[in-house]
Design a protein around this ligand. Structure first.
Ligand code: CO
Length: 491
């Protein structure tokens, strides 16, 4: 295709969705529901699906007429959908963070947000106010008996896994210092060393960055940890694991804190891409692996900005890392309204595979798909080893940036794909792949996904067959859930 044909096709894609439909998802969640049976509007809920689908995301986006500057600044609201005997029961609760309670009482924003929300009162009110609000809105995972609402810049909040009631900040049985950073992107090792483990990290960044790598057993007990120090600022939202390594991609971006200190900009708005700077891959050996106890390895990495990785594995002297790359760091400028953003001015996420050779330092890059995508995952049993398939949220069209409206299954070897679409009036969130309990085929199982149904101005729970993406069932939620972030399945 020529460049002009590509441009034409891209702008055609942008005409096809209605931005008001997309933005209609961004409203405050006014109700908290407990254990409501969801109405099945088509198909059947597989009886094999027994467990809880948890999701987290912003649920409060406006107070006293003031909107957050970026939806990532919205207070965390956790949703649970309990699958049992072909029925699904729904609950939702805001995470009662200290700051949420204070702002509820005051009826207005009292804290600045990392992504640009300022307190009222302009520069003077915001200057030198470095208190960050722990909004506990990024992910929700079960560890031992606790359900943890995660936000990467501070400690997790523990919730009751059944009622979603907030217990309070958790230090994970004494593991975390007060306020210590704890990633919102744990990885679940399916059992490379016997039993499964949760592997995660916390990062403390500045001119130098310290990563604390932690591994927990299924009861939530810390079984290993190490701390490593690296040169340079690091924005590390996600990471990847193999049996021997944990992988951190240091994006080539800079942080200039001055506009944040003087109250002009939020912390995230002080990140700027730095094309002249070299991205790095930091490899930290995992305990129990072949390089246990050794120093980290540092390799050059390709250009581009990465939030999320798909998977990683080892092949001889090569480490392979699959990630979603953006040409630039996407941010919302101080005078922009996030509900009015122009998708065409923001780079789309493209899935790429990078082979890093530990001996020669050589990198080979392959684009796996040119279609705008986010929230990609493999069958969880293939975390850290080579997987044939992945599932992800994509735009409706093949090229150009647009909202996520479809689910795609991609064969990572031959590019063959299946898709299911909520287009034109539906908008998808992160899909979760739940492997079948009765089949050993990698792509047998189910996909669960929350879909914003702009026709109904509410959310639907959609269940797909993982292998063909045929629609298995659709259930209606009695409320709308704003476009959210991450979630997990507790079987
Ligand atoms: Co994320």
């Amino acid at each position: 295709m020529t460049q002009s044909a590509l441009n034409k096709s891209a702008s055609k894609a942008l005409e096809l969705f209605n931005k008001e439909d997309w933005a209609s998802s961004y409203c405050n969640v006014e109700k908290e529901l407990s254990n409501i049976e969801l109405k099945i509007v088509s198909g059947e809920v597989p009886r094999e699906l027994s467990g809880v689908f948890y999701r987290n995301g912003p649920g409060r986006l406006e107070r006293n007429g003031q909107w957050v500057h970026h939806p990532f600044d919205g207070d965390g609201m956790v949703v649970s959908m309990q699958f049992e005997n072909g029925e699904v029961r729904f609950s939702n609760r805001f995470v009662r963070t200290k700051e949420w309670e204070e702002e509820e009482k005051a009826g207005k924003f009292l804290y600045r947000g990392v992504f640009g929300t300022q307190k009222r009162g302009g520069l003077l009110a915001n200057a030198f106010d470095l208190r960050l609000k722990n909004i506990a809105n990024t992910n929700v995972v079960k560890l031992g008996n606790e359900l943890l609402a995660l936000w990467e810049a501070s400690s997790p909040y523990a919730l009751n896994p059944q009622t979603l009631e907030t217990y309070g900040i958790s230090n994970l049985k004494g593991v975390l210092e007060p306020g210590e950073a704890f990633s919102a992107h744990p990885r679940f090792d399916p059992g490379h060393y016997g039993a499964s483990r949760m592997v995660t990290f916390g990062v403390n960044t500045g001119p130098k960055s310290t990563i604390r790598l932690m591994e927990f057993d299924n009861d939530g007990k810390l079984i290993s940890e190490r701390k490593d120090r690296f040169d340079g600022f690091a924005f590390l939202h996600d990471f990847a694991i193999t049996p021997n390594w944990s992988l951190f991609l240091q994006n080539a971006i800079s942080f200039n804190p001055l506009p944040f200190l003087i109250g002009q900009r939020s912390a995230a708005q002080c990140l700027t891409s730095n094309p002249g700077k070299q991205s790095k891959l930091w490899l930290i050996p995992r305990e129990g692996g072949s390089y246990s106890g050794q120093s980290p390895r540092i390799l050059n990495a390709p250009e581009g900005f990465v939030f999320h990785h798909l998977n990683a594995w080892e092949e001889g002297s090569e480490i392979i890392l699959e990630s979603i790359y953006y040409k630039d760091f996407p941010s919302i400028k101080p005078n922009e309204d996030f509900r009015q953003i122009s998708f065409e001015n923001i780079p789309e996420g493209i899935l790429k595979r990078c082979r890093f050779n530990l001996d020669t330092q050589n990198i080979k890059i392959k684009t796996l798909s040119n279609q705008c995508c986010e929230f990609a995952m493999v069958n969880p049993n293939f975390q850290g080893i080579r997987a044939e398939y992945s599932w992800m949220a994509t735009a409706e069209n093949e090229i150009g940036n647009a909202p996520l409206q479809a689910i795609k299954k991609l064969n990572l070897s031959n590019g063959k794909k299946y898709s299911w679409s909520a287009f034109p009036r539906g908008f998808v969130s992160e899909p979760l792949m739940i492997p079948s309990r009765t089949s050993n085929s990698e792509d047998d199982g189910w996909i669960v996904v929350l879909v914003w149904n702009s026709e109904r101005v509410a959310s639907d729970l959609v269940i797909l067959k993982a292998n063909t993406l045929d629609e298995q069932a659709r259930l209606e939620l009695p409320i709308g859930i704003p476009h959210g972030l991450h979630g997990s399945w507790a079987g």
